[in-house]
Design a protein around this ligand. Structure first.
Ligand code: CTP
Ligand code: MG
Length: 234
């Protein structure tokens, strides 16, 4: 029977955050940011294991106590130069170690999305378990979209009809995702779905909400702190 595994690529440096410490370790509600995604994923009853992919030279991980997750958490120090490389390396090593099987579902989730909820996970899993391709959480675009010329003047306004912002988790079967990422090594893919799309497949968009945003710039950290604090107090 196929199982559900989460895979968290956490081998980035957080260059847009502009902090020496990689952003997955920046403090958020008194924990390193990655703690929050790990907790939500480990706590979910459908998820059999949470594979965290760190950079080979990571020296931060071992500074924290992860023992509360020891039943489900698997740590692999095999991250690569890009997010896609980190995910592919994680899938490859996990299969070599017989931790996951080709038919298992893999939910790839950014370490930098700490506000994921169990309700969002439920919806993703419910909508995709019987799907032939898989899919991702996403939000319909709300703002009016402008395309600029090289002088930052509006060239035209783009229609936002049928436009979505991709989030994570992105959920695909292990064999399909591995094949898609192997095929995409020469294409610039910034998420897992675009590698699957490059095979000519059409991942399903599962409606999420703005709370599951990606912490990218310094001001995002303060917003994530407010959201998590507010949840803990309610
Ligand atoms: N990631 C990774 N390996 C890389 C690059 C990114 O595992 N070589 C991970 C990040 O750690 C993060 C997720 O992919 O959890 C999403 O990437 P992003 O938000 O772009 O993080 P960074 O690449 O670290 O940030 P930046 O692009 O600002 O440098
Ligand atoms: Mg990046």
């Amino acid at each position: 029977m196929s199982k559900f595994f989460a895979l968290i690529p956490a081998a980035g440096s957080g260059s847009r955050m502009g902090n020496e410490l990689p952003k997955q370790y920046l403090p958020l509600c008194k924990k390193p940011m990655i703690y929050h995604a790990i907790r939500t994923l480990c706590d979910h009853h459908s998820i059999a294991g949470v594979i965290t992919v760190l950079a080979p030279g990571d020296e931060e991980w071992s500074r924290y106590d992860w023992s509360e997750f020891s039943g489900k958490l698997i740590v692999l120090k095999c991250g690569g130069a890009t997010r896609a490389d980190s995910v592919l390396n994680g899938l490859t090593v996990a299969q070599q170690k017989n931790l996951i099987n080709t038919q298992d579902w893999i939910l790839v989730h950014d370490a930098a999305r700490p506000c994921l909820t169990s309700a969002q996970l439920n919806r993703l899993i419910d909508e995709l378990t019987s799907d032939a391709v898989g899919g991702l959480l996403a939000v319909p675009v709300a703002d009016t979209l402008k395309r600029s010329n090289s002088e930052n003047r509006v060239k035209n306004t783009e229609s936002r009809e049928n436009l979505w912002q991709a989030q994570t988790p992105q959920m695909f079967r292990c064999d399909l995702l591995t094949r898609a990422l192997q095929n995409a090594t020469n294409i610039n893919v910034t998420d897992d779905a675009s590698a699957v799309e490059a095979l000519g497949l059409h991942p399903k968009l599962v409606a999420s909400d703005a709370y599951n945003f990606k912490v990218t710039y310094p001001q995002d950290l303060a917003l994530a702190e407010l959201i998590l604090q507010n949840r803990n107090n309610s």
